[in-house]
Design a protein around this ligand. Sequence first.
Ligand code: ZN
Length: 356
Amino acid sequence: MRAKSFEFLKALAEAPSPSGYEQPAQKVFREYIRGSVDEVRTDVLGNTFGYIRGKKTKPIVMLAGHCDEIGFMVTYIDENGFAFFSPIGGVDTQLLPGKRVWIHTAKGPRVGVMGRKAIHLIDPKDREKVVQVHNLFIDFGAKDKKEAESLVKIGDPITFAVGLERLHGDRVVSRGFDDKMGSFVVGEVLRRIGERKERPPCPVYGVSTVQEEIGLRGATTSAYQVQPDVGIAIEVGHASDYPEVEKKRVGEYKLGFGPILARGANINPAVFDLLQKAARRGKIQVQILGAPRATGTDANVMQLSRKGVATGLVSVPLRYMHTPGEVLSLKDLDAACDLLVEFIGLLREDMNFTPK
Ligand SMILES: [Zn+2]
């Protein structure tokens, strides 16, 4: 991966952006695409749009990757200065005890730790018990309620206190790859297309969407505004190449084997075919996902916007989704960008996406 692109990925992943609090990530996105697009705009929900004019005015294509990440929110401070919290999005509570977090206050991040009774003090019969989120709390060092309330406010968002790091080879680990890597792909495709002398065949909107983790909310309003003919969501997909994941339930998806193309009711067949054609032309290895229902992605609401949109879903294989240690391959990320650049190059004014 190009050094500047890697910097962009790292900055996006590390910018705090729990659903509803995405603007630090959107600022990174705007700065990266600004020089390559004809227009940059952010709407009232916080979705950020990059627009590149095409040679023709049809079909309008929209790429969507959500920049919100899972996290927590401060909901109560007790008399001893401990902060209680609720999850933002689907967090695995079993992961939480002992984790360090950043509480993102108006004055910047404040380090805290999710406290837990020492194992010596837990009755042996209780040691196997499942942790409940309402039994957990954050200790950020305050001596009492008064001091705590001067440092942290109700409604402040919280993230795990970890950033992006390289593992061996092309593998990287971070919190929030779901789906800041999707926002990355959108920004990177806009840059690659925008830096070319030749305009793309059709108008391209790249949208870094918000509030996906709490109900696909940003993609709903952004698809309504853009009115695309073709919409592609870029998301993380479950890799199944690590211990304890059952291939017969999840399918076979491996890191380093390229982006995953979904098929099924949420996916327009002509868009799926065109994505496959783009993969062949670009000599890009892809993996195929059978998705019999509406997917839990921005592709779901894009497809149902207004009179309907011809929708596709490109996923990047990811291990340990919704944990602070999500792992992916930079090679797969680059391949997803290559694929979408090829795909947009194949779009033509007279294309018909009505199923035959
Ligand atoms: Zn996601």
